[in-house]
Design a protein around this ligand. Structure first.
Ligand code: GLN
Length: 339
């Protein structure tokens, strides 16, 4: 599609609101109760340290565009952000280079294949396809501001901290555990170099990427980070602008198409929200203009998405009217059509 035809058309914004806050709180509690006993799925163990995670942890957090929040269960329990970092690092890359260049280099289309697929690269002449799978995420990490790996890391650490509204720190155990075992990500990065889609410092970029995945967050943090993308780029808790409204819109479109990997279409069909998952069990979903919901529960499905976090956010999306595609007739006098 030739997107230049839209360049001079101003973009207006129209969204709705969450229900009244007291009702929001009871709906979050209702969701906790509904999902509490669901023990399906497996904790990730390909990063050895993650295998020690308590599988029963379960938390939900909700943040409004006005900075109101509600935390339930283990919403303050720390875990490594893993692939949820990809959406925020992507926002930093678009902030640096603009919409078009990042789209051309990293891509926006779903691979239909698992998040660490080598085949996806080979099938597409080394094109990473999108920033939410590992190959595309490593290519995206290489695009953030900074000449050296150290400068790029500082951009990511400080940028994601601004999204969270507090200084985030690396979980060194998780970082070292993944660095000792991430042969597949190194292979993906080397393949990108072989296709001239990444500069030769592949190992250094994988290290920065692995560090970004090891940043320690809570479900509460993820909800604040998501609410920043739901609020035109202004963190609703700190009141500080992190990225522009255009960067949020572009980021959320790519997250909607790819955030849950090869399951993204099914998720969008059932739930109707951009959402990003990570293998430690976190998921954040963003309802533009309405806020963000995050959940944390370590047991995953076959695609690497938390089972209970999907159920919790899915339920909340339905009962709070967050599905972006849902509408109701505005006129009271409706006749049924015959056909
Ligand atoms: N750090 C993990 C990896 O690269 C992130 C994967 C994920 O959360 N899906 O494998």
């Amino acid at each position: 599609m030739d997107t230049t035809v839209f360049e001079d058309t101003p973009q207006h914004v129209s969204t709705g609101d969450l229900p009244k806050w007291g009702h929001v709180e009871s709906l979050v509690q209702e969701t906790m109760g509904l999902c509490r006993d669901d023990a399906t799925g497996q904790v990730a163990d390909y990063i050895p340290v993650l295998a020690d995670t308590d599988p029963d942890l379960f938390g939900i957090a909700l943040v409004s565009p006005h900075g109101r929040f509600y935390d339930a269960g283990d919403a303050q329990h720390p875990f490594s952000i893993q692939s949820v970092s990809k959406m925020f690092v992507y926002a930093l890359a678009i902030h640096e280079h603009g919409h078009g260049l990042v789209r051309d280099i990293v891509g926006v289309n779903n691979t239909g294949l698992p998040f660490n697929s080598v085949m996806a690269l080979e099938l597409n002449a080394g094109h990473p396809m999108n920033p939410m799978v590992n190959a595309g995420a490593i290519a995206t990490t290489a695009l953030v501001a900074g000449e050296t790996p150290e400068e790029k890391w500082e951009t990511i650490r400080s940028g994601l901290s601004e999204f969270a509204g507090r200084e985030l720190e690396v979980d060194e155990d998780v970082f070292l555990s993944e660095m000792a075992t991430n042969h597949r990500n190194r292979a993906l990065a080397r393949l990108l170099v072989s296709y001239a889609r990444l500069r030769p410092d592949a190992d250094a970029m994988v290290e920065v990427y692995t560090r970004q995945c090891s940043l320690r967050v809570t479900a509460h943090d993820l909800a604040v980070m998501g609410a920043t993308l739901a609020s035109g780029g202004v963190n609703p808790v700190t009141g500080r602008r992190v990225v522009s409204a255009d960067v949020c819109r572009d980021t959320l479109a790519v997250v909607a198409a790819n955030g849950l990997y090869e399951q993204s279409g099914e998720w969008l069909f059932e739930i109707g929200l951009p959402a990003k998952s990570g293998v430690s069990g976190g998921i954040v979903a963003v309802a533009p203009g309405k806020g963000a919901a995050a959940a944390f529960s370590p047991r995953l499905d076959h695609a690497g998405n938390s089972v209970r976090a999907q159920h919790a956010i899915g339920h909340l999306s339905r009962v709070m009217g967050m599905n972006m595609f849902a509408s109701a007739p505005q006129s009271g006098d409706v006749q049924e059509a015959r056909w």
